[in-house]
Unconditional design. Structure first.
Lengths: 341, 422
């Protein structure tokens, strides 16, 4: 009896690798997940590895808990830029073997890091409803000017992005924002400017909210992730973006440390980093490719909506990962104190 | 001792033996009863007491610096924590960082020091990655290593980073708990208040109580008449209404929150109805502020008030009220002076239940509230998920736990009874 059980266990144990392999890919959900499904998951499954998509909201605690308890069930995870550096430093992610992924020089410089490779470039920008506002805001000074544009503004609940926008509204050039913000006076200045707008701010928590606010007319303008505007416009809405002073950033693929499917995970990442797959992704949602060779495969109409196109990125500010890794906790706490005043 | 109490029972030859066997039987009965509850006790211990214990431990645990920088801690012992530390500390730090077994240890150290002194993360990680220092060997004299470290990053000249290391050299720290009540220890260990722009948690705790109190009062106001009405109905009618109370109770909180967004938005049903009735001309701001949070929370928590009230009210005989009226009391006075006092246990239980459930609310304020409507749990989630500072998250959790226990103690003192759910 015991022997037969053991044999059965052995048979199961040895036959597992023969079964179709499957990997779990974790994304941020919404329109982005749909675009990933079309451009990455479905074509990749044709190579013989099943992709199980899982949605999360960027909670690094889940990855930390998995790695610490050595029960890693996520194979590839999309993470935001501050988490790539931090997770890499703290040993949550595998170091990437670029020889298995592709030529480093094909990618944007910011996309190539020790533990994560850029998935796409996205931007936080200001947007308004073209049906309700004919002549929208052009600059952050306009966004903060409640006399010129009466009504509520949607802003993300938290300090990140908002302090940068406040400084730009206060006249700081986009290139100097992080230099100013690093000083005590600069941070004071940002919060002082935010205080002016505070009574008119309607806070949002999830990326799907600001397009809803704009469509419902709850706010006249809002900060928003540019891909969400694109997704709403694909459904027939008429939301408009002002790209001036937008903050662009990358999302990255990482592989949690200790996953049993590391090879398949790397194969997936390599597949998703090809120019063809990235061009297909950009056609489905207006986020810019990190593989520079993908741009040649896109037509002018798609390019016009991407944060990476020259017309849109002219005055844009790159999110400063190092600054936020150092100052983020302090600034978020200050924001909590400020909001309570 | 028992012999002094033993009075011989009449008609028994050996009362002592009988008493013993009685006691034995009693003990066995107790043991059997306990063994029946054992699975539950074990379950409670594993799922409730152990996690709380771990949480409390994490709130005071501080292993990162002690693990990563043992030599530096020794070298900093004699330092008066003013100005720059002795050159030996620089040498010890370099040696400690160089001998870390894994980059993850450097990452943990960087995170810990950064939450004490912003900027320490990049400083520690850059130094760790730059090792070994150029033009020095492990046997170089301490001043040489100091010069090389300063050449690498002049921030090592700033005392604040060294103070952070010295302060966190011990394995246990009160800092997380102090921060959770807006206090801090300075470099010398004196406790004082944090800078005004960093004072957040005191106000957040007060706000948490404020929202919970308002929600509890509204729940009581709405639930009391409803529960009273239920008791006056026939059992059949009461059952039907009870199902109406319970159906939303069984619906997912997220679904109900989403439904409230649809109802309360400026172009939503409520505003349209009010405008249609010409009660208002401009849509009311019912969402993403305190009003929205309170409306949704009252709706979600109402059953927790109705159920204990209803069960207590059912046990109140209606004859007392009738007797009071027949003896000449006006009906309203009779209701408040005779009926209401008899439902105090239900009011107490319901209010405490709703209040304690409220202070832990997270999803509803996060989705329906603005930046200044967030309760303590929102910040616990933020420290857990966004900042990955679990020490701080645990300290805030401990604060919430302590607040709940204090409230329960006050409740017991005031009502002089245990919590009863009818």
């Amino acid at each position: 009896m015991k022997k037969s059980l053991l044999t059965a266990a052995l048979v199961v144990g040895f036959s597992l690798p023969a079964l179709a392999q499957q990997i779990t890919v974790v994304n941020f959900g919404g329109a982005n997940a749909n675009a990933q499904k079309k451009a990455y998951y479905e074509p990749f499954e044709k190579t013989g590895t099943k992709v199980v998509p899982v949605e999360y909201n960027g909670e690094q605690a889940k990855i930390k808990a998995m790695v610490e308890t050595k029960k890693v069930t996520w194979d590839v995870v999309e993470v935001e830029s501050p988490d790539v550096a931090r997770g890499c430093d703290e040993g949550l992610f595998e170091k990437l073997d670029y020889s298995k992924i592709g030529n480093k020089s094909d990618f944007l410089p910011a996309a190539v890091t020790e533990c994560g490779i850029g998935v796409f470039v996205w931007s936080t920008v200001m947007a308004y409803n073209g049906d309700k506002l004919k002549d929208g805001p052009k600059t952050w000074a306009d966004f903060f000017d409640t006399k010129k544009f009466a009504g509520k503004r949607g802003m993300r609940k938290g300090a990140r992005y908002n302090v940068e926008f406040a400084l730009m509204a206060d006249g700081v050039k986009s290139g100097d924002v992080y230099k100013v913000l690093a000083t005590k006076d600069g941070a004071d200045r940002a919060f002082k400017k935010l205080t002016e707008l505070k009574p008119s701010i309607q806070w949002w928590e999830a990326g799907a909210q600001p397009p809803q606010f704009l469509i419902a007319g709850d706010v006249v303008m809002s900060t928003v992730y540019n891909g969400r505007v694109d997704a709403a416009n694909r459904e027939g809405k008429n939301l408009k973006i002002s790209w001036t002073g937008g903050i662009y950033d990358l999302d990255y693929w990482v592989v949690p440390k200790g996953t049993p499917n590391k090879d398949a995970a790397l194969k997936f990442i390599a597949f998703a980093s090809t120019p063809e797959a990235q061009a297909e992704y950009a056609k489905n949602i207006a986020y810019g490719p990190t593989n520079t060779k993908a741009l040649a495969k896109l037509d002018a109409k798609v390019l016009a909506n991407l944060p990476t196109s020259p017309a849109n990125s002219g005055d844009a500010l790159q999110f400063d990962l190092k600054f936020w890794a150092d100052q983020g906790e302090q600034l978020e706490k200050r924001f909590a104190a400020w909001a309570a005043q | 001792m028992s012999s002094t109490l033993a009075t011989p029972l009449p008609g028994l030859a050996d009362p002592q033996a009988l008493r013993q066997s009685l006691a034995r039987a009693e003990r066995q009965r107790k043991l059997r009863a306990i063994s029946l509850t054992l699975p539950l006790l074990l379950f409670l211990a594993l799922t409730f007491l152990v996690p709380i214990g771990v949480l409390l431990k994490r709130a005071v645990e501080n292993p990162e610096v002690a693990n990563a920088l043992p030599r530096t801690a020794v070298a900093l012992q004699g330092w008066n924590r003013e100005g720059t530390p002795p050159a030996e500390a620089y040498a010890a730090l370099t040696r400690d960082l160089a001998s870390l077994p894994d980059s993850a240890d450097a990452g943990a150290l960087a995170r810990r020091l950064n939450s004490e002194m912003p900027g320490a993360r990049s400083l520690v990680m850059a130094t760790y990655k730059a090792l070994p220092l150029p033009q020095t060997t492990p046997t170089s004299a301490a001043p040489e290593i100091q010069a090389a470290l300063l050449a690498l990053d002049p921030r090592w000249n700033e005392p604040a980073y060294w103070q952070a290391i010295a302060k966190n050299a011990s394995r246990w720290t009160p800092d997380y708990l102090l921060t959770s009540v807006d206090l801090r220890r300075d470099a010398k260990g004196t406790i004082g208040r944090v800078e005004p722009e960093q004072r957040a948690f005191g106000r957040i705790l007060i706000r948490t109580f404020e929202i919970s109190l308002v929600v509890t009062l509204w729940c009581l106001l709405l639930a009391y008449p409803l529960a009273y009405w239920l008791t006056t109905l026939s059992a059949r009618q009461a059952n039907v209404l009870m199902i109406l109370v319970l159906v939303p109770f069984w619906t997912s909180i997220l679904v109900r929150v989403a439904a409230w967004i649809v109802l309360l938005q400026s172009e939503g049903l409520v505003n349209h109805a009010l405008q249609g009735l010409h009660l208002i001309t401009q849509p009311l701001a019912l969402l993403f502020n305190r009003t929205g949070v309170v409306i949704a929370m009252v709706h979600i928590l109402l059953p927790f008030m109705i159920l204990p009230l209803y069960s207590v009210m059912q046990s109140v005989p209606p004859t007392y009220l009738r007797a009071a009226v027949s003896l000449g009391s006006p009906p309203l006075a009779a209701f408040f002076r005779v009926y209401v006092p008899q439902t105090y246990p239900g009011i107490g239980a319901g209010a405490l239940l709703v209040f304690i459930l409220s202070i832990g609310y997270y999803v509803t304020p996060a989705l329906l509230g603005g930046a200044d409507d967030q309760m303590l749990s929102y910040y616990i989630a933020q420290y857990t998920n966004v900042n990955v500072n679990w020490g701080m998250a645990c300290a805030l959790g401990a604060l919430l736990l302590a607040a709940t226990l204090v409230l329960y103690a006050i409740y017991r003192r005031v009502t002089n009874s245990e919590l009863s759910l009818g």
